[in-house]
Design a protein around this ligand. Structure first.
Ligand code: GDP
Ligand code: MG
Length: 702
């Protein structure tokens, strides 16, 4: 008979759970999320024998059974609630061999829960290197559970671990710690409420029932009443438990852990940190690394991106040529294919950014980044680890928002996500280039600086200032969900493990394509619909009109461009543009700009293409200077003056600097926060900011 053993990997953050998980399951894994929270749930399969399969869950890192963060809460619920879908048959506690003392607190708590448990002492290679000698046989005897040493990086011990799992030989250990006598009567009274025999499990249930999702309001009230009746001081009980455990652990460690003095030589890491954490050189190196990452996702990624665009462009023109003339073909080519292209084109930036990020994490440098930047960033409600994503935002918000995962504090992560799209991403560049080229003379300032270049730089700076400023404001409105305590612990430097890096890249690529990708595709098809169809028979009339002008069944290039233009005007997008006009007139925009605002919701750079269509310049191969001339020559019928005067152009520039004109960013914000609330807020506040800034600029300049 086939049997599935459910196994949970738990342990302190950084102990190597994910590395072990990868080593055990390979690519046989999938990522979902725990119901109701934003925490990723990674599960994987492993065959232990021909008749037995294991389903392994990589639970979020946890320091103790007193949950302090959303992550810890998830683990807590999985372990305490027997009906939880992830509740394990067997708990594998992963401990960092170089820091057994801290890890043992949690281990002994897990043992006392009374679940079948085995201990994995991971990073055994590091412990040896640092001169620890661990007697794991004694440890196993004292804890009463199987103990196994592994090095998840090289795979040492993995075979033995699989064997241990297959044998299913995990006796239950004796309790390590018993709640004090005084609590016993309370636990007895609790039994009818939670059905648990008095013991540690019941005690932890009592102390932390607020964190449990599976019990009813009525039960919560009953438990609170019980606590009040017996005048229990929960935090005091918890403190007492912790102190007692540490005392026992100290005794235990004395008998199993030795550190040889010869290897207590100055570790390599401390030497490296002399430079990398130096008050001057530390920052210089960090700036250099930032610059390098920025360079990579800004310029190097453009090679594969151009390639992807060419391929999709080729496929598109191939489709338009060979597919029958029908709206379905159009949907396929200009809706679906274009949408797919819009998804795939992000992959190079995602892969590159995560390549660097996982290198920084793997080598241990990321912890130093927090150390260097935290003090400064906290003033703005952000985190030291916000810096890399923010700088990445100069290239593209999408991978950068994904990169905020490494920020542990929920509030600091949300704040970073919310303000990140204000950074001037590369999609704004074509819009800026077009508009600045129209409105700012190509002069030299002080005989040295190009005026257009200076204005461009000012807009880049503006994005940064707006992001920091918004964070400063928003930090007052977003409530902290859990106390973020900053644990400053510098991991030692080590070489990255390429397998882990590779897995991260695959995982991130998948998460983006399967998560955000589908929304991008849907919105892209919706936008295609809006600009390819119009109300009533307006399209048929247009068609008849142009068919009449055909020569040999074809329109001249010029007529074709006019036809495209008229179709866009008659489309739903055109209608929306006209309908929007009263609302955007105070910003100096007319309905044509309105259309572009609609279509460029796909991505900001679409603005340029839409303008080209509106000014009858046709698809891709128009001259940008011609477009500029055409736009400058356009007269606003309402005022009789040029439409794109300085006031309108600057108003438009500011609009694109601030507005959330990017469906992909909204999609990834949704995917990363798992809620519509945050993308909706992001969209509203950014559009509001853009509207105000444009209004002010236009009214002052006109
Ligand atoms: P998690 O937070 O528990 O999931 O830990 P990870 O699996 O992400 O590992 C944290 C860091 O420790 C990573 O940089 C790993 O490469 C590293 N690591 C994990 N296991 C080992 C090991 O056995 N030996 C060494 N030297 N490093 C390890
Ligand atoms: Mg992990």
């Amino acid at each position: 008979m086939k049997k599935t053993l459910r196994i949970a990997l738990v342990g302190n953050p950084n102990s190597g759970k994910s590395s072990l998980f990868n080593a055990l399951t390979g690519l046989n894994q999938k990522v979902g999320n725990f119901p109701g929270v934003t925490v990723d749930k990674k599960t994987g399969q492993l065959w232990l024998s021909s008749s037995m399969q294991a389903e392994i869950t990589d639970l979020p890192g946890t320091y103790s059974l007193y949950p302090r963060s959303e992550d810890e809460q998830v683990t807590f619920n999985v372990l305490l609630d027997e009906h939880n879908a992830s509740h394990p048959d067997l708990v594998l506690v992963v401990a960092d061999a170089t820091n057994l003392r801290r890890n043992l607190l949690f281990i002994t708590q897990i043992i006392d829960l009374g679940l079948p448990t085995a201990l994995i002492v991971n990073k055994i290679d590091l412990a040896r290197e640092q001169g620890y000698e661990l007697n794991l046989q004694v440890l196993s005897a004292k804890l009463g559970i199987p103990v196994l040493a592994t090095d998840a990086r090289s795979g040492q011990g993995i075979k033995e671990l699989k064997q241990l799992l297959a044998e299913e030989n995990f006796g239950l250990a004796l309790p390590f710690y018993l709640p004090s006598e005084a609590v016993q009567p309370v636990l007895e009274e609790l039994q009818p409420i939670n059905g648990l025999k008095p013991g540690y499990r019941s005690f932890i249930f009592l102390c932390n029932h607020d964190h449990l999702g599976h019990i009813s309001n009525k039960q919560h009230q009953e438990i609170d009443a019980l606590i009040a009746k017996h005048e229990l001081n929960i935090s005091q009980l918890q403190a007492r438990e912790t102190v007692q455990r540490y005392e026992q652990i100290a005794g235990l460690l004395g008998s199993i852990e030795k550190r040889s003095t010869t290897a207590a030589k100055k570790s390599r890491s401390e030497k490296i940190d002399k430079v990398l954490l130096h008050p001057v050189w530390g920052y210089v190196v960090f700036l250099g690394i930032l610059f390098f990452i920025f360079q990579a996702i800004f310029s190097w990624a453009s090679w594969p991106m151009d390639f992807i665009e060419t391929v999709f462009g080729q496929l598109g023109s191939w489709g338009s040529t060979y597919l029958p003339e029908h709206w379905l073909s159009d949907l396929l080519v200009n809706g679906v294919l274009a949408g797919l292209g819009g998804v795939v084109v992000f992959l190079p930036q995602i892969v590159l950014l995560f390549l660097f990020l996982s290198l920084l994490e793997e080598t241990g440098y990321m912890a130093r980044v927090s150390f260097l930047m935290d003090k400064l960033m906290r003033k703005f409600g952000l985190n030291g680890k916000s810096v890399v994503p923010l700088i990445g935002g100069y290239a593209c918000a999408v991978p950068s928002i994904m990169a905020t995962r490494s920020i542990n504090s929920w509030k600091e992560r949300i704040l970073t996500i919310m303000v990140l799209p204000l950074m001037s991403c590369s999609a704004r560049l074509p819009v800026y280039t077009l508009l600045i080229g129209m409105s700012v003379p190509d002069d030299k300032v002080l005989g040295l600086f190009n005026l257009q270049g200076l204005v461009m730089m000012a807009f880049y700076l503006l994005g940064f200032v707006a992001a920091i400023g918004s964070a400063l404001v928003m930090k007052w409105f977003i409530k902290e969900r859990n106390s973020s305590f900053f644990l400053l612990e510098m991991p030692i430097y080590q070489w990255p493990r390429w397998r882990n890096v590779g897995m991260t890249l695959i995982e991130k690529g998948n998460a983006f394509v399967l998560g955000a990708g589908k929304i991008i595709l849907i919105v892209s098809v919706a936008l295609w619909f809006l600009s390819s169809f119009g109300p009533g028979n307006s399209f048929d009339q247009l068609e008849a009109q142009y068919v009449a002008q055909m020569v040999d069944g074809e329109l001249s290039a010029e007529l074709q461009h006019q036809f495209d233009r008229d179709k866009l005007e008659a489309s739903y997008a055109g209608r929306i543009g006209k309908w929007m006009e009263p609302a955007i007139a105070p910003l100096g925009f007319d309905w044509k700009i309105g259309i572009a605002l609609v279509t460029s919701f796909a991505a900001r750079e679409v603005f340029v293409g839409t303008m080209a269509t509106i000014y009858s310049l046709g698809g891709e191969d128009f001259e940008e200077n011609t477009l500029r001339e055409q736009m400058l020559a356009d007269i606003n019928p309402r005022t009789g003056l040029p439409l794109f005067d300085l006031a309108t152009t600057f108003s438009l520039l500011l609009f694109y600097a601030f507005a959330m004109q990017c469906m992909s960013t909204l999609a990834i914000t949704w995917r990363e926060t798992r809620s519509w609330k945050w993308p909706a807020l992001q969209f509203s506040y950014m559009t509001g900011l853009a509207y105000l800034a444009s209004l002010l600029a236009y009214q002052l300049l006109k």
